[in-house]
Design a protein around this ligand. Structure first.
Ligand SMILES: [Cu+2]
Length: 298
C-alpha cells in the first residue's frame, strides 16, 4: 500500500477520533439537536469516504466492500451519538449505513483511471466537512479561544495540507504499473492485440497494425459458444507456433478457432498496407455482427 494511502486512512482516523473526543469532553453542554447533527454528519462523511477507498481497493467484490464500509460507518455514527443519547445514536447509525453503502458502490463502479482523483476529492471533502463541523461545535459549546481553532488559521492549514498532500504521489499504483508492462512488450517489438469474441461481436472491432513489424493477435473467447477469427484477403508471413499446430495455415490464411473460455494466438508479419476485414466464419455469426476491420499502415 503506498504511503499516501496510509496518510489518507490515518488522517480520517485521527480527525474522527478528535471530533468524538470533543463530543465526550463536552457532552453535558451539547443539546440533543446539536448531538444528532454531529453524529449524522460524522457517520455519513466517514462512511462515504472510507466506503470509496474500500470500494476501490476491493473492486470486483462489492459485497465485502459494502459490508466493511457499512460496519465502519455505523460504528462511527454509533460511537459519536452514544455520549448524547439514543436519538443521536439512531441518527448516526443510519447516516453511517447510507454513507458506507453509497461510498462502496461509487468506489466499486468508478473507472480505474478516475480512482485516484475520486479518493483525493473525497478526502479533501472529508477534511473540509470536519472543519465546518468543528467550527459549528465551537459556536455551540466548545467556545475555547485557541489560535488553531480560528477559522482563518484553519483555512490556511487546510490549504497547506492540500498542497502537501498533492505532492505525495500516487495512491493507487495498479494502473501505472500495468501500462509499464505493456510498454516493455512494445520495446521487444511485439505488438499484441487482444480481440475478445462473444455473441455476436468482436471487441475491439478495429485494429491498426504497422506493416513490416511482427504482430500478435490473441483471440479470447468470452462467449458461450465457439468462435473463430479469420482475416480475409491479407497476405502475411505466419510465425510457426507449437501451441497452434492443430490448425494448418494454408495459403498463409490467418485463422484462429476457440471454444468458450479458450485463448489462441497467432503471430505474423505483413508487408501489404491496406484495410482488411476479419470475420467469424461460423454459420450465421458474420451476419449477426461478428466482423471487424484491420488497418495495415505503412
Ligand atoms: Cu462466432
Amino acid at each position: 500500500m503506498p504511503i499516501s494511502l496510509y496518510v489518507t486512512v490515518i488522517g480520517i482516523f485521527i480527525l474522527t477520533i478528535w471530533i468524538i473526543w470533543n463530543i465526550i469532553n463536552h457532552r453535558n453542554k451539547i443539546t440533543v439537536m446539536t448531538g444528532m447533527m454531529i453524529s449524522m454528519v460524522l457517520g455519513m462523511v466517514v462512511g462515504l469516504t472510507i466506503g470509496v477507498i474500500i470500494g476501490v481497493l476491493l473492486s470486483e467484490d462489492l459485497f465485502s466492500s459494502t459490508l466493511w464500509a457499512i460496519i465502519i460507518g455505523i460504528s462511527v455514527g454509533f460511537v459519536a451519538g452514544l455520549p448524547i443519547g439514543l436519538m443521536a445514536v439512531l441518527d448516526g447509525i443510519l447516516a453511517g449505513l447510507m454513507g458506507g453503502m453509497m461510498g462502496a458502490m461509487l468506489g466499486d463502479m468508478i473507472a480505474p483511471e478516475h480512482q485516484e482523483t475520486l479518493i483525493k476529492v473525497m478526502f479533501l471533502l472529508f477534511i473540509g466537512i470536519v472543519i465546518i463541523l468543528y467550527q459549528m461545535m465551537q459556536q455551540e459549546f466548545i467556545k475555547s479561544k485557541s489560535m488553531v481553532s480560528h477559522p482563518v488559521v484553519m483555512i490556511v492549514l487546510f490549504v497547506v495540507f492540500i498542497v502537501g498532500y498533492n505532492q505525495m504521489g500516487t495512491l493507487i499504483p495498479s494502473a501505472d504499473s500495468l501500462n509499464n508492462d505493456n510498454h516493455q512488450h512494445g520495446m521487444r517489438r511485439t505488438n499484441n492485440f487482444v480481440v475478445q469474441a462473444e455473441e455476436y461481436t468482436f471487441l475491439p472491432s478495429d485494429i491498426e497494425i504497422k506493416a513490416g513489424e511482427m504482430a500478435t493477435i490473441i483471440l479470447e473467447n468470452t462467449g458461450e459458444t465457439e468462435h473463430d477469427l479469420e482475416i480475409i484477403g491479407m497476405e502475411a508471413e505466419i510465425e510457426e507456433q507449437p501451441s497452434s499446430n492443430n490448425h494448418t495455415h494454408t495459403n498463409n490464411q490467418i485463422h484462429l478457432h476457440t471454444y468458450p473460455g479458450e485463448r489462441k494466438e497467432v503471430s505474423f508479419t505483413t508487408n501489404t498496407p491496406g484495410t482488411y476485414r476479419y470475420i467469424c466464419t461460423l454459420p450465421g455469426h458474420e451476419e449477426s455482427g461478428m466482423t471487424g476491420m484491420i488497418d495495415i499502415i505503412p
